[in-house]
Structures are given as C-alpha cells and as structure tokens.
Design a protein around this ligand. Sequence first.
Ligand SMILES: O=C(CO)COP(=O)(O)O
Length: 252
Amino acid sequence: MVMSVRPLVAGNWKMNGSRSALKELSAMAEGYDAGLKAKVDLMICPPAPLVFLAAAAAIGTRIAIGGQDCHTEASGAFTGEVSAEMLADSGAGAVIVGHSERRQYFKESDALVAAKAAAAIRAGLAAIVCVGETREEREAGKALSVVGRQVARSVPEDATPETIIVAYEPVWAIGTGLTPTAADVAEVHALIRKKLVSRHGKQAAGIRILYGGSVKPANAKELMAVENVDGALVGGASLKAADFLAIAAAYR
Ligand SMILES: O=C(CO)COP(=O)(O)O
C-alpha cells in the first residue's frame, strides 16, 4: 500500500539453535547481496544466550539481531528474566513481544504485551508486537474482532514506524504448514492498518505489518505481494540460511 515502507524479513529461531547455528547467520550474511540489501531488511531473533554472539557476528552485515521476549522492568529481582535494556546492551536492535506461544503457554495478556513493548521502546529497541487469532476464533468468524482488539490493546500509544512493527500470525498457521488465503491475509492486514492509522495518525501508514505462520520459500512471493504485507516473521524456515534467503528473495 505505502510505497515508502521498506520490507523486513525477520527470523524467529524460538528455542532452537546453539553457538554452531551461528554459521547459518554467517551464510545469511554472505547471501545478503547488494541486490537484496537494496530491497529488504533482514533480522534474526535467536534465543537470549546467543544474542550477544549473534550481534557480534552480525556487525558489518546489515542483518539486525533481535530478542524473542523481554521483561517490563529494566533490572531487579526477577530471576530468570531478561530486560529490554540487557538485550540492547547485548547488541539487539529489536525484540519480539506477545508471540502467541508466550500468550498461550505463559498466559501473557494484551496489557502485559503493551507494557513489554513500552519497555522495548524505553530501551531504544523496536518492538515486534505479535497478534493473531486461534483456529476456534477463525472458525467462529471472530478473526477480525480478535486481531483488532489485540492491536488496540497491545500496541503502545506512542507507536511510530521506528519503534513498532506489528506481526500478524494466525495461531493455527504457526508450524502447521497451513496458511490463510491471500484474500484472508489482505483482509486482516487492512484491518490492522486501519486500526493503527486511526489510533496513531497518518504516520502509522509507515508501521511495518509482517505476516507470519508457515512462511516458506514456496509461498513467500504470493504472501509478500499482498497489500499491507510489509514482510514476514519466519519460524522454522529461518533456521537454515538457504530457506531464509529464498524467502527474502521474494523481494528481489
Ligand atoms: O511463529 C512463527 C514466527 O514467529 C512462525 O513459525 P513458522 O514459520 O515455523 O510457522
């Protein structure tokens, strides 16, 4: 829709990857040639223990590194947690918040997700705010109302194209090989855009809205061509450089 939005293909490694997986990051950097750099931003979000190493490995490659979650506080007695400030200090430029796996398994509410996004902004990170309906919600005809509510409640008031990225990830499409039709993706992304613009003003036309859920080299081109789709949040297919680069190549 908005010509000036530079697309982003981001990889979410989830709880996968070890230090040896950083060779995939190096291979991604090698394949991220001038042609791709001209068209699309790339980001990899490894597990927290790898963020520092990945960020060091990514220096000079123009591949950004992100975290997968953060706490709302900058520091304190929260054993096991990682703050947005720590991610920033480790070299991350962004952090995913409100992924459906966190909403589902760790019972994260929209309010908590909004607070985490605000923490990310406070730390100077961009927040990738995830939203998406479950299969039951889609079958009940509630996809738009659920996503609309999540966007309204999880995206902080002061969202700008620099600080917020929204990722639409239908829960039923994650890791299943299933994807919505292009028309369904277009409908949800249009709704997200409308909500963002009505709440955050005209500049919200520049907020990137990513699609996520079973994005593969074979379907990337079709999904990335959908109006208001400004890139992808890739899970399984981001673990291998060849797959991830083939997805990014949708923008060549
Ligand atoms: O959850 C996802 C990215 O955050 C999508 O995962 P898959 O690409 O493995 O379906």
